[in-house]
Design a protein around this ligand. Structure first.
Ligand code: MCN
Length: 787
């Protein structure tokens, strides 16, 4: 059997997904199911004086309606936040339905349950809520002043202040002695994760068994099971959580949502299945949002442009409440503000702030795009200050290849890396020297379309995560992953994984790993996942962890299977186990190439158990729980080329080159797909997407007509390449790739735009760089120069 790992195998899950055969939550037919519709606050901040449900209850088909007060006794605990980042973090009470105060436009205040979705929607409009409108606070710096308190009881809008200051005096000294410094302020606008499938839930009770099945479009069935059990007060053993086909999540479905808990509580209360489907506009206001941060970054450098210190201050927008990992998101980037550079001194302070807006939480990259953005923009600012080419300033500061494993001043140990070849390869692919010449020519001719070249070198921390490190960061769960590998009597293979794919191709990747290890075809491997009854243990999918942790668990389980198979083969062939050699699913007696026994035959012997070694258990199956010793640190360089029209402000991406390194590659085709999608998502932050709120806290980009999600037509074909630097953090040497494109792309695009506009003296434009913003940036510097 030829090895498949490393080959671009097409994804085996795709035919079902592409032909409509896959079943999403909304496709599930559940007889007798009631439909829940939530009544949401139209105000960003308001006291709930009363909720009158009578109008709804009198509508045809309505079975029940409840206010937050009515359901209060249903909750065994508040909505969970699993990451109390500091001991004194302030976490306001958060219930699935607000009782006293609505704290963002979209906060749910009542629920109507009816025989049909239409009946429930009509009746929801008849619910009368008497609000006392309170002032909103949408601006982060304004929120910090505590002029308006989001949660009166907390007495402040600060949730926490988290510091990473190994040696603040050394940082101050580096700045005091620096030949050059730059001080930049960047805004990470809020983004709306717009998965193809909006959220959906069906909770099915067993009236006599007292147990519940929760079908939900989640990335985390395992984590949800534990936390829903605790919040709704259902014994964990009575709750099964199933994530059927899930149409993307990008972090937004790494969450315990009010609707999951409400459907369970309502199913318990009413004794009937209860379902809920999210509308696209609801998705904009009531699914978590991403980013939302103001960043102050300063770099100190010597006369040669060698950076000696980085100092960072962050204001992170929590939104109205702390969701599952809201406070920890900035921390996932907080250790990476030195990035790929050997910067000896480091200081960072992050303040988490409440505003009357939709809660924020994980969105593709979660903290790491923010860190990479600030650093890569600041490196370009420093290059301009010194008159150096952006590529040259990076070369002068890269962590040298012989320094790995590298202990960063941010407190991480980067597992492996070799940064310069990725930069050089990207420059070669984009034809960097030629582009710079073309840029000069265009400038000298006074053309209106300006060429801009943006470089972004990144390293990220993924493969979440060593459980002990998570504990040190005060995260309440572990970071291990589980897998079971089972040989069936016919020699086919079953892999049961604790990961929860929702677009990443795990069925294919895990099949490839098991196939090579056990000498079968990937088609002979069945991968089971995303159902807590089938895979009872798992930590699910996020943080580009699934391959490095979950895929490794699969690999380790196959090793155990092979070890047991060896004992059976040796017994059957009447030789010592040490005399057997193993390759591609076949044991061969050393020195006797004709004496072989294949894995399929061993599986059958293990199944019949007629002739096994004394004391050996029947069947050929093994489980593994892998807790990695370290994160993995993928890296690379992306180069974006733009044309900016100074008469219209329009930006066109004309070329995009990405060179990424995710260690050993399982499936290069999947990797390429992940990079493509990731880049467009990152570039969309730079060019198109922004959740815009008015001063009263209303989201004014709540439809896909107002919130610009890019299409294929908005982006040119990308040129991708990879380098391969295996990770020592796991036996296969793999690193994650699911977020890399997003992490690298936004700074590459923005650096390109600023590079194009540097002759005008434009040094910053807030994202997204819309034509209006670009145009006004050019006009305002021209005006400034004329004055
Ligand atoms: N892979 C590989 N070799 C490597 C690295 C990865 O073949 N060296 C393959 C893996 O086997 C897997 C895929 O690439 O099939 C992604 O693996 P990994 O980097 O481990 O990421 P996860 O599977 O943990 O996916 C999570 C990641 C995150 S955090 C977000 S956000 C994201 C992303 O994946 N959301 C996605 N990609 C997405 N893709 C889709 N279609 N939809 C989403 O919601």
């Amino acid at each position: 059997m030829t090895a498949v790992v490393g080959t671009p195998l097409r994804r085996k899950e795709d035919p079902k997904l592409l032909t409509g055969e896959a079943r999403y939550v909304d496709d599930l037919v559940v007889p007798g199911a009631l439909h829940a519709v939530l009544v949401r606050s139209p105000y960003a901040h308001a006291t709930i004086k009363s909720v009158d449900l009578s109008g709804a209850l009198s509508q045809p088909g309505v079975v029940a309606a409840f206010s937050g007060a009515d359901l209060r006794s249903e909750w065994a605990g508040p909505m969970p936040c699993a990451w109390p980042v500091t001991e004194d973090m302030r976490n306001p009470e958060h219930l699935p339905l607000a009782v006293h105060t609505a704290c963002y436009a979209g906060d749910a205040v009542a629920v109507v349950v009816a025989e049909s979705e239409t009946a429930a929607r009509d009746a929801a409009e008849a619910v009368q809520v008497d609000y006392d409108v309170l002032p909103a606070v949408v601006d982060l710096e304004d929120a910090l002043s505590d002029r308006v308190l989001v949660h009166e009881a907390l007495g402040t809008n600060r949730s926490y202040t988290w510091e990473l200051m190994p040696n603040p005096e050394a940082v101050d000294a580096a700045f005091a002695h620096a030949a050059h410094t730059v001080s930049e302020r960047y805004v990470q606008q809020r983004l709306i994760p717009s998965a193809m499938e909006t959220r959906g839930v069906v909770a099915v009770p067993s009236v006599f068994g007292g147990d519940f099945t929760l079908y939900t479009s989640t990335q985390i069935p395992h984590i949800l099971r534990v936390l829903a059990a605790l919040t709704v007060g259902i014994p964990e053993t009575k709750l099964r959580v199933v994530a059927p086909a899930v149409g993307g999540g990008f972090g937004s479905k790494l969450e315990v949502y009010a609707e999951d808990l409400l459907c369970l509580a309502l199913a318990r209360k009413l004794g009937r299945p209860v379902r809920w489907s999210e509308e696209r506009m609801e998705n904009a206001t009531s699914t978590i949002q991403g980013r939302g941060m103001i960043q102050h970054i300063e770099l100190a450098a010597d006369a040669d442009g060698k950076v000696t210190a980085v100092r960072v201050r962050l204001l992170a927008d929590m939104g109205a409440y702390l969701q599952l990992v809201t406070p920890g998101i900035p921390l996932l980037g907080a250790f990476l503000y030195a990035g790929v550079y050997d910067i000896p001194n480091y200081s960072l302070v992050c303040t988490g702030v409440f505003t009357t807006r939709t809660p924020t939480d994980a969105y593709r990259g979660a903290g790491r795009p923010e860190a990479t953005y600030a650093l890569e923009r600041a490196m370009d600012a420093l290059a301009r200050r010194l008159g150096l080419d952006p590529a040259e300033i990076r070369r002068r500061n890269f962590v040298a290849a012989d320094k790995f494993p590298y202990s960063s001043s941010g407190g991480l140990v980067y597992d492996s890396g070799n940064y310069e070849p990725a930069l050089e390869r990207a420059m070669e692919l984009v034809d960097y020297g030629q582009l710079r010449k073309e840029q000069e020519v265009r400038r000298s001719l006074g053309e209106h379309k300006h060429l801009g070249i943006g470089v972004s070198s990144y390293v990220e921390m993924c493969g979440l995560a060593p459980s002990r490190v998570l504990s040190a960061l005060r995260y309440v769960a572990g970071g291990w992953e589980a897998a079971t590998v089972r040989l069936l009597p016919t020699g086919k293979v079953q892999v049961i994984t604790g990961t929860t794919p929702h677009g990443q191709g795990h069925e294919t990747s895990w099949s490839m790993i098991a196939a090579d290890q056990l000498g079968v075809s990937p088609d002979d491997v069945e991968v089971l996942h995303s159902d807590t009854s089938v895979s009872p243990y798992g930590m699910d999918t996020y943080g580009s962890r699934s391959l490095a942790v979950g895929g490794t668990a699969v690999w380790l389980a196959t090793e155990k299977v092979i070890a047991k198979a060896k004992l059976i083969a040796a017994h059957q062939m009447e030789v010592a186990p040490e005399d057997l050699e193993y390759a591609s699913g076949t044991f061969t007696v050393a020195g006797s190439p004709d004496k072989t026994m294949a894995m399929g035959a061993i599986a059958f012997e293990a199944f019949t158990a007629h002739n096994l070694p004394d004391g050996l258990e029947p069947n050929l199956e093994a489980s593994s729980h892998f807790d990695p010793p370290n994160f993995t640190f993928p890296f690379g360089t992306h180069i974006c080329v733009v044309e900016v029209d100074d008469e219209t402000g329009k930006v066109d991406v004309v070329k995009y080159v990405a060179v990424d390194d995710c260690g050993t590659q399982i499936n290069p085709l999947i990797i390429e797909g992940q990079i493509h999608g990731g880049i467009v998502q990152g570039a969309a932050q730079a060019l198109f997407e922004e959740a815009i709120y008015d001063a009263d806290g209303n989201l004014i980009t709540s439809t896909l007509a107002d919130y610009l999600v890019p299409s294929a037509a908005d982006f040119p074909s990308m040129v991708t390449d990879t380098t391969v630097t295996p990770s020592p953090s796991n036996p296969m040497g793999v690193k994650g790739i699911g977020e890399a494109g997003t992490i690298a792309a936004a700074p590459a695009v923005m650096n390109a735009i600023i590079d194009a506009l540097s002759p005008f003296g434009v040094t910053d434009i807030n994202m997204p760089a819309t034509p209006q913003r670009v145009y006004h940036a050019i006009k305002s510097v021209k005006k400034g120069a004329a004055q």
